[in-house]
Design a protein around this ligand. Structure first.
Ligand SMILES: Cc1ncc(COP(=O)(O)O)c(C=O)c1O
Length: 413
């Protein structure tokens, strides 16, 4: 079995050429990852050479348009989805908000929307506001307060013929457990309920495989997957056709623009082409230069990334289990991604996160906008919240070891 060549990978990220980048063990990746050099190159090229209104006949404007098209077509290829169905927005929160408003014709008085308590607020708040405006019912799929996990039996009991939309995360940015999206969707299909999935926390660790997911809308953020600050939303065609377009009226005929208010960040879109470069470079280094589709490369590379992260995650959890902390989510690597969250009953989460900085480890504390999940799990001070260590494929064993040493000392004081 191949292993990720971590030295090669780190060479693809310019931050590791800086003193601070080498010094700090960056374990706050769920907040936003480092950016691959290939993406930065594309961004610099855009800003340096053709940062003008795109799609004009003059060669500078024309190049800007070509670069934007390349960014978009790269995302289409990386996800293996029809270009018409891909919306690029400023963030996932913005894409979710747009989607909720676009769902107005479906969410009427007498209908129901289900959201999960496990979700980030971006996949809850907009639905709550929509239900309030429309006089529809919002139902919460509650978590087990001890584990934070969702039970399919509870969902089955919530779904009714009136349920029009179900919103759920593929994996939580707190507990990190992977949810069985297709099993969830199979239940929702029985009541003809649309399924909206938040892939933000999942995508950096696994890369989305939309060929295998039975979902109506899927959302994630490229600033967490080594790219520029963009939100990606893929909406199934028959769902899109039921929605109220949120674009300028003259853009409505273009499906890919219907959920895009217009006025995008041209350079950030263009630079997404660098994500394709990154996955290709890492793929070729490990598997050779065979011509395979970009989404296949991304998935094979993501397998290596995941394997590497799980080794680090295993090490961290092994040591955390021996420390006086409450681990949120599974204490082992089973069915999990590498977000590791905990609290101590004696040291505040802020003191732990800030204390880790003295060991040159970057981590954060707080509720991470999963306010309702932490509330359900009994966290009393939501501002202090939990400590989150979130790993990426470019992290090293040494960085995680340093984190463990720091935590051991901070917790023994
Ligand atoms: C699980 C999850 N969903 C949604 C979001 C919102 O993404 P964005 O920052 O792109 O709006 C985040 C951001 O941290 C997240 O972790």
């Amino acid at each position: 079995m191949k292993e990720l060549d971590i030295d090669f990978v780190r060479k693809q990220f310019p931050v590791f050429n800086t003193d601070l980048g080498r010094k700090v063990g960056f374990l706050d990746n769920a907040g936003g990852s480092y950016v691959a050099g290939a993406v930065i190159d594309r961004l610099t090229d855009f800003y340096t050479n053709y940062k003008v209104q795109p799609y004009g006949a003059n060669p500078i404007s024309n190049r800007a348009g070509v670069a934007m098209d390349e960014g978009r077509s790269t995302m289409v290829a990386l996800l293996n989805v029809p270009s018409d169905l891909l919306t690029l927005g400023a963030s996932s929160t913005q894409n979710f908000n747009t989607l909720t408003i676009a769902c107005t014709p479906l969410v009427k008085r007498g209908t129901e929307v289900i959201v999960s308590e496990q979700d980030h607020e971006s996949n809850i708040g907009g639905w709550e506001r929509l239900c309030q405006r429309q006089g529809a019912t919002l139902k919460f799929w509650k978590v087990d307060p001890k584990t934070g996990e969702l039970d399919l039996n509870d969902l089955e009991a919530l779904l009714t013929p009136q349920t029009v939309i179900l919103c759920v995360t593929q994996s939580s940015n707190i507990i990190g457990t992977l949810n069985p999206i297709n099993d969830i969707a199979a239940l929702a299909r029985r009541t003809n309920t649309r399924v909206v999935v938040d892939g933000v926390s999942y995508a950096p660790h696994y890369w989305p495989n939309l060929d295998e997911l039975d979902v109506d809308a899927y959302v994630f953020s490229t600033y967490k997957t080594y790219g520029t600050h963009q939100g990606v939303m893929v909406v199934r065609e028959d769902f899109l056709e039921e929605l109220e377009p949120q674009s300028h009226f003259f853009n409505v005929p273009y499906k890919n623009k219907r959920l895009d208010a217009a006025g995008p960040d041209h350079a950030a879109i263009a630079a997404l082409a660098g994500l394709g470069d990154y996955f290709s470079t890492v793929y070729e280094h490990h598997f050779g230069a065979e011509a395979v589709p970009l989404h296949v490369k991304a998935r094979k590379v993501a397998d290596l990334m995941h394997q590497h992260e799980m080794k680090l995650c295993h090490y961290l959890l092994d040591h955390l289990r021996e420390l006086p902390v409450r681990i949120f989510g599974r204490p082992t690597t089973e069915q999990r991604e590498a977000n590791i969250v905990f609290t101590s009953s004696t040291v505040s989460s802020k003191a732990l996160a800030d204390g880790l900085a003295q060991y040159d480890v970057a981590a954060k504390n707080g509720h991470f906008y999963a306010y309702r999940l932490l509330e359900a799990m009994g966290v009393e001070d939501l501002n202090d919240g939990v400590v989150r260590i979130s790993l990426s494929h470019y992290n090293t064993r040494e960085e995680v070891e340093r984190c463990v040493v720091g935590l051991r000392e901070l917790l023994s004081n």
